[in-house]
Design a protein around this ligand. Structure first.
Ligand code: ATP
Ligand code: MG
Length: 364
């Protein structure tokens, strides 16, 4: 996959412009707060997800403007395609090849990107929500229905929690809880099953990369952590049974705290190096290697799925990792169109490197 052109109008602080990236490495450099991440964010939006820095939709439009638009021509599935996203308040209007789509998730069927930013470096150490976001975001790029499942789950969870709150005043409502349990467990089972399926593949590929980064010295593995006791070897039936059992077990606590204590919204990933928890025992360098392995594995899985390489967005990460990890990363993303941001002009120049500078939102 290659971005052929990118046009932006009233997007963040970027001055309206159209750019034509190179097919291999694109370096975007400039001082802090000039718009480098905004530019990567514009490309990332075409992967169909939300902003990788957790921005709300209305924050993407230039201060003082009502709407913004980004348009991209890209090469994918052996042909040139085009897509546009118009942001208006909290709404998006997405067109792919001039056809209006009901949701931005459709973008993930024709364009894929992997983003690696300094926030990801905290993936091992930070709270579980970042890890859930990582795994769910990665699955969404390969499975358009997964985003629908997640949104269905969140709606059902909201309703179940609302009922639990109501039960404070009206304990007789307990009888209706089982109806919500059936619907929430049905969606939760699908979500957990898809996550497990993804982690089982990720486990093999990421372990291979990790072996490469650690020169064969370290064994890396991922486990799924759930208070329902779900294992990576479980099938759909086992997941569903365990969820029913756990919902039963947590019922008193759910009512007492007026929230749902069990389900995919509480699950987590645990990373291990040589059988030890990386969160507790891994060094900074080892934790960075894990993130690198996970991100490279995510890219490899997208490549296998689409039969072509995703676009790689490296936001300020090269300065955060040591030379050998930098080389490993660049070596293993060779063949992907890559966008690298940084504050320093690149040391290397060559035919395959296209350089952009950015100053006060003006890209040159
Ligand atoms: P750094 O090197 O520090 O990461 P950067 O070049 O990546 O900097 P960006 O994160 O892209 O900088 O942000 C550039 C500027 O864009 C910031 O100063 C920010 O205030 C501004 N900005 C963010 N959102 C909007 C918006 N909706 N409208 C106008 N300006 C915005
Ligand atoms: Mg930045």
């Amino acid at each position: 996959m290659k971005v052929v052109s990118l046009k932006f109008s009233d997007f963040r602080n970027l001055k309206d412009n159209i750019i034509y990236p190179g097919e291999d490495i694109n370096i975007i450099y400039g001082d802090n707060a000039q718009g480098k991440t905004n530019l990567l964010e514009a490309i990332w939006m075409f992967s169909g997800g939300h902003s990788f820095r957790g921005a709300k939709e209305n924050e993407l439009t230039k201060f003082g403007s009502k709407t913004s638009k980004i348009e991209m021509n890209f090469f994918s599935q052996e042909r040139e395609q085009k897509a546009s996203i118009m942001f208006s308040g909290n709404k998006r209007r997405v067109e792919i090849n001039s056809v209006l789509k009901p949701s931005s998730a459709y973008l993930s069927q024709c364009f894929a990107a992997v983003v690696f930013s300094p926030e990801h470096l905290a993936l091992v150490k930070n709270g579980p929500s970042l890890r859930r976001k990582f795994i769910d975001g990665a699955i969404c790029q390969q499975n358009i229905k997964f985003a629908v499942l997640l949104s269905k789950f969140n709606k059902t969870l909201f309703q179940r929690n609302a009922l639990l709150k109501e039960m404070y005043k009206h304990p007789e409502l307990k009888d209706t809880l089982c109806i919500w349990d059936d619907s929430i467990i049905a969606v939760a089972t699908e979500i957990v099953y898809k996550r497990i399926e993804y982690i089982n593949k990720l486990n093999i590929i990421a372990a291979e990369y990790h072996k490469g980064i650690s020169s064969g010295k370290e064994e890396f593995s991922i486990d799924y952590v759930s208070n329902a006791g779900i294992l990576l070897t479980d099938g759909k039936k086992e997941i569903q049974e365990k969820l029913y059992f756990a919902f039963e077990k947590y019922i008193k606590e759910d009512i007492k705290l007026a929230c749902t204590n069990c389900g995919p919204h509480r699950d987590d990933l645990e990373f291990y190096i040589n059988g030890m928890k990386a969160k507790n025992f891994g060094s900074q360098g080892q934790q960075r290697s894990i993130v690198l392995s996970l991100k490279l594995a995510e890219a490899k899985m997208l490549k296998d799925y689409f039969s072509e390489s995703p676009v790689v967005l490296l936001d300020d990460v090269l300065s955060e990792i040591d030379r050998s990890r930098q080389e490993f990363l660049l070596e293993n993303t060779r063949g992907c169109q890559t966008f690298i941001t940084g504050c320093e002009p690149p040391l290397k120049q060559g035919e395959s490197i296209k350089i952009f500078t950015i100053e006060k939102g003006e890209v040159k």
